[in-house]
Design a binder for this molecule. Structure first.
Ligand code: SAM
Length: 463
């Protein structure tokens, strides 16, 4: 492909998701429908597409200012963003637009009058300088500069005590982390194997199971990956699973298991011994865990979708589990760096709805915990209302549970220096280099008899 055809493809992808589509899904569909696009072109197009997603608010601000609209009005056309991106990020000059924007196959169509205005105004602002104009402008409000939704600026700034570096980290690309599968070796042996297979890797900083990978290797084709020695899992997610402190022989349920990211880690911690249930409201998501479990050599996992089919089964499990992990549906604030499109699809009303759901799920899942057992609540959100807020609401109505400080479990289970003062764990991309995660461990009193609920399963729609 020519460079301009790649740029046009990235623009088309951005246009595809402008009505609310999801970036990852749109990119997969785009390339599936165009199998003629080779791997180098695919990489270049994806990189450009995701880079544009990371500067969307700033590009929109520029378009509005240049077209003399209110700068924070939103609503800029994707083509306008594309044109301004070429001017600011690639320092394009008018001749390049004339040469490349001609509407021929795989090339952008000619500039409209408004687009020519954008070009002229940027050229005027550049003056005699050959340098590109900086994308950031001192008059941009903080949320625009930081590429976060306006509603999230106040709660995040308060949480991070005004530290803008924390906000900036929410828009920086994430590195690739692997979790070693203890069923197949130690971190040292697996690190050596990965190096032998040509990867640039190093041990992770916090999780004793983590390996950080540099570059963008095709993991799917790597023998170590195919043999189940490693699983792709952010270091923060690994730490959540470790804090669940699942042990061989225990009864453990991963209540919101999804495609089994944490189930796999729990199974390895249990050394395939004991009973491990993966449940979720979505049967489809649970299905996606099957191949991963098989590849990892895990065989103590039972999948149970929440719903009428398993309602009787869940009723019979009340008060039986040593560990109940609730990795709750949430705003995903902590993973915005991975999904730069996600933040623009979520608003305060969604967050409020999610907190209600989190509290309902906690209520239902708590019934499964046996006396002396633990309920582990985790989210990949940074927002206090989804974290401390949901835990406080739960504790108010469940006096039989007390908080077990994560520092205690960490000292025994994780062993690296604990980055949190406790009682909860909050990880952030800036401070810890992980996705943002929150974990609280709640222990049921050993003497409290388990309540018998009318119906322990939840049938609310999935998020
Ligand atoms: C954060 S994701 C889980 C990710 C997964 N634990 C992992 O590590 O890969 C949250 C999950 O909660 C599930 N969920 C949504 N509503 C639920 C409910 N009422 N009960 C149980 N699970 C629910 C969603 O289907 C989703 O898979």
């Amino acid at each position: 492909m020519t460079p301009v055809a790649r740029l046009q493809a990235a623009y088309e992808l951005l246009d595809n998701i402008s009505q609310g589509g999801v970036a990852d899904a749109a990119a997969s569909r785009y390339f599936r429908d165009r199998r003629y696009i080779g791997s180098k072109d695919r990489t270049a197009i994806s990189e450009r597409f995701y880079a544009m997603l990371r500067r969307l608010a700033r590009l929109e601000w520029w378009v509005n200012v240049l077209l003399e609209r209110p700068p924070e009005a939103g609503g800029a056309s994707v083509r306008h963003l594309f044109v301004v991106d070429l001017l600011l990020s690639d320092n394009w000059i008018p001749e390049q637009f004339q040469k490349n924007f001609d509407g021929e196959e795989h090339r952008p169509h000619a500039l409209s009058r408004a687009e020519r205005t954008l070009v002229d105004k940027i050229v005027e602002l550049r003056g005699d300088s050959k340098e590109p104009l900086p994308l950031d402008h001192p008059e941009m409000p903080l949320w625009v500069r930081m590429e976060i939704p306006p509603w999230s600026e106040a709660p995040l700034l308060e949480l991070f005590e005004g530290d803008e570096a924390e906000l900036a980290a929410l828009n920086s690309p994430a590195l690739l982390d692997l979790r070693i599968n203890q069923l197949h070796g130690t971190r040292e042996s697996i690190l050596a194997r990965l190096q032998f297979e040509g990867l640039k890797v190093e041990a992770g900083q916090w999780s004793p199971l983590a390996i950080r990978v540099f570059g963008r290797p095709a993991l799917g084709t790597l023998p170590a990956f195919k043999d189940g020695l490693v699983e792709i899992q952010d270091e923060g997610s690994q730490l959540v699973a470790l804090l669940a402190d699942a042990k061989p022989g225990q009864w453990v349920i991963d209540y919101c298991a999804g495609a089994g990211g944490k189930t796999l880690a729990l199974a390895a911690d249990m050394n395939n011994k004991g009973r491990l249930i993966a449940s979720d409201i979505s049967e489809k998501r649970l299905e996606r865990a099957v191949t991963r479990l098989r590849r990892a050599g895990v065989h103590n996992v039972e999948r149970r979708a929440l719903g009428t089919e398993n309602a009787g089964w869940f009723k019979r499990q009340v008060g039986k589990f040593d560990r109940v992990l609730v990795d709750a549906p949430c705003s995903g604030t902590g993973t915005w760096r991975r999904n730069p499109d996600m933040k623009w699809r979520i608003g305060p009303a969604d967050v409020a709805e999610l907190t209600v759901k989190q509290r309902e799920i906690l209520d239902a899942a708590a019934k499964l915990v046996k006396p002396g057992g633990r309920l582990i609540y985790a989210t990949c959100s940074l927002l206090p209302e989804e974290n401390e807020g949901s835990v406080a609401a739960f504790l108010e109505t469940h006096p039989e549970f007390t908080v077990k400080p994560v520092t205690e479990i960490w000292a025994e289970r994780v062993t690296t220096p604990c980055p949190a003062p406790g009682p909860y764990l909050r990880l952030t991309p800036h401070r810890h280099g992980t996705d943002g995660f929150f974990t609280a461990v709640l222990e049921r009193s050993a003497s409290a008899a388990a309540q018998i609920p009318e119906s322990p399963e939840l049938a609310s729609e999935e998020s």
